[in-house]
Design a protein around this ligand. Structure first.
Ligand SMILES: [Ca+2]
Ligand SMILES: [Ca+2]
Length: 423
């Protein structure tokens, strides 16, 4: 995909103190690289010449550019061999990873999430106007949607790697938002709070060639819910990641504006997903004054019902362009079992084992961010290839009885999902 031209233009440096909004990382899912004392020296734009200083003619500018290029190459190499101080800065919830524990939460958890009145942008008036159900009602409605053995599928954002934060000076401040829609087999779209609401998160400080550490692998944001059955043909989700420039982005207020736009949309069958996405996106965009910001991603992902793998169930998907790489997981809410997340260090070997045995036809999805993770059974994971999707071969069942090993080559976070075959 082509990057939006607006996203690559040089922007004036240092516009606005945005750090007040970078609340996402604190105490959540930080991959704690060694805090480098020389951060100002080894990263382009950190410290050194102030923006607007005259660095002394075109020759000097060229020299600076060459130097920056060398620095950025060096930094890229460094990114693969990061050192971590043991125990430094890992959040409490990851010091005891839920290795091997069945983390499938099922309908109760889904009902809780879909009824949560404290979601970003919601308020009591909007809860009424949108018809957001109480937890009990949501659970009842979800149960009424069950068909046979099939369960609801949850689409979760699990990670974002920023290739280019668009900011020459310093790191970017990146926020994201999503709008979910479900398209039925006649191509029609119905407004339904049970498929999830527009969501998002405040700006988070992140530089080029870095993972956004505000994405929690332990509790990733749910962006859409797909009900069981064959009446839904696709799930279309608008996914937007922006680098914040100009006035600081107030994402909660913008999501409120998006929810207000959603509230006035008709409850009747609509001719297509754009009937929801366009007005809600416009309201969010206007509220954010996003024309001042840089687009990293602003496009739809579409998950299709498909013949065999319903909506990519049990698999990790990605949306990749020149600016950012976004990863999501489609979870079978009743059957997917999660291993981890765990934190790996250099030389650390862990056995990945689920409560249930891996069966032929079952789906295994592995994800790691940080340093390379070696996995001889299913393939190594690194920054350029951070996930593996596999369908277990029946002939390998025996060999996987006791799990399989992974090895850290530096600080990394790792998570695995297993979704057993149907029936
Ligand atoms: Ca920017
Ligand atoms: Ca802004």
């Amino acid at each position: 995909m082509e990057a939006d031209p607006r996203a690559s233009g040089p922007k004036s440096p240092g516009t606005g103190p945005l750090s007040a909004h970078s609340e996402g990382g604190a105490g959540r899912d930080e991959l704690a690289f060694e805090p480098s004392s020389d951060a100002g020296a080894d990263r382009p734009g950190k410290g050194g010449t102030a923006p607007g200083d005259d660095v002394g003619g075109a020759g000097a500018v060229r020299r600076v550019q060459v130097a920056l290029l060398a620095l950025s190459k060096r930094r890229r190499r460094r990114a693969r061999t990061v050192v971590v101080k043991p125990g430094a800065g890992f959040s409490a919830d990851h010091s005891t990873p839920c290795s091997g524990i069945l983390c499938s939460m099922g309908l109760d958890d889904l009902a809780k999430r879909l009824a949560n009145p404290n979601r970003i942008g919601l308020n009591p008036e909007l809860i009424k106007r949108l018809g957001v159900s109480s937890e009990d009602v949501a659970r009842g409605r979800l149960m009424a949607q069950l068909e046979g053995d099939e369960s609801h599928l949850g689409v979760y954002l699990i990670a974002c790697y920023v290739v280019d934060d668009t900011d020459f000076w310093g790191d970017g401040e990146i926020y994201w938002w999503t709008i979910p829609t479900l398209v039925d087999k006649d191509g029609k779209v119905h407004k339904d709070t049970l498929c999830g609401l527009p969501s998002g998160e405040a700006p988070h400080k992140v530089g080029s060639l870095e993972w956004m550490t505000n994405f929690s692998l332990a509790d990733p944001p749910l962006v859409a819910v797909i009900p069981p059955g064959d009446h839904i043909s696709s799930c279309q989700i608008r996914l937007a990641f922006y680098d914040d420039d100009g006035a600081a982005a107030d994402v909660p207020t913008a999501i409120t504006a998006g929810l207000e736009a959603l509230a006035v949309i008709s409850d009747d069958a609509l001719p297509g997903p754009e009937q929801i996405i366009t007005p809600v996106r416009e309201a969010i965009w206007k509220s954010l004054r996003a024309e001042q910001d840089d687009i990293l991603v602003d496009q739809d992902i579409t998950l299709h019902h498909g013949e065999v793998v319903r909506f990519g169930k049990g698999m990790i998907g990605s949306l990749v362009n020149a600016m950012a790489r976004v990863y999501y997981f489609v979870k079978d809410e009743n059957h997917t079992e999660r291993f981890g997340p765990i934190t790996l260090h250099k030389g650390q070997i862990e056995t990945v084992k689920f409560k249930q045995p891996l069966k032929g036809g079952g789906r295994l999805a592995l994800f790691a961010r940080g340093a390379e993770v070696t996995c001889s059974a299913f393939g190594d994971l690194n920054t350029d290839l951070p996930f593996q999707n596999r369908i277990i071969d029946k002939s390998h069942e025996g060999g996987l009885e006791h799990g399989f090993n992974i090895a850290g080559n530096g600080a990394a976070k790792f998570v695995a999902y297993y979704t057993p075959p149907a029936g």
